[in-house]
Design a protein. Structure first.
Length: 156
């Protein structure tokens, strides 16, 4: 296996791969489950990482626009075989680049992966600083009032 990969915007052919990758992580409690409906209806916000050798999707992530001054990195998942090889970093950097293109001043994430996001320049922030109305995904989460994820923000 080589470590060559490319990052590109998701297309409709990627939906099953995004669904399988994110939901396999969700089954381990690492992230929220996602329906195919939800993936399809937000497909334009998704990027995928493709293994150059096999052509398969090895990672996925999306950049949701929450408001005029805030984007959210979500649905971030790197296939276990590819973890620890810089793929997650490259993908988040691409999502930040996309936020820059949109002229968004800040990017937020709600995560269990605090050390990973610290390495990328995100800082821990109090969730209460961000109005509940911004958290679309929270309304679908069984933990709603008992969220144990950490809010982290990067100014760009
Ligand atoms: C978290 C995740 C996206 C990281 O992607 P990755 O490709 O494995 O990470 P990278 O190899 O790009 O790591 C970048 C840096 O973060 C560090 N890092 C990655 N995961 C880490 C962790 N769990 N704890 C501490 N540091 C971590 C790496 O050591 C690396 O540091 P370096 O630049 O000093 O060498 C990936 O492990 C994953 O998909 N996990 C399961 C799903 C998940 O938790 N998603 C996040 C939902 S918000």
């Amino acid at each position: 296996m080589t470590n060559n990969y490319e990052i590109r915007r998701a297309i409709v052919d990627d939906v099953d791969s995004i669904y399988n990758l994110t939901n396999s992580m969700a089954a381990q409690g690492l992230m929220l489950t996602r329906s195919k409906y939800k993936i399809v209806t937000s497909l334009s916000s998704f990027f995928v990482v493709i293994d150059s050798e096999s052509g398969k999707v090895i990672a996925t992530g999306s950049l949701a626009t929450l408001w005029t001054d805030l984007c959210e990195v979500c649905a971030l998942a790197v296939h276990p075989v590819w973890q620890g090889k810089g793929v997650g970093r490259a993908l988040v950097e691409q999502l930040i680049e996309e936020a820059r293109r949109l002229r968004m001043p800040q990017v937020i994430t709600l995560t269990y992966q605090v050390e990973f996001f610290k390495k990328l320049g995100f800082e821990v922030r109090d969730k209460n600083e961000f109005p509940r109305k911004l958290w679309r995904e929270c309304l679908e989460c069984p933990k709603l009032e008992n969220c144990d994820e950490t809010a982290m923000v990067i100014s760009i």
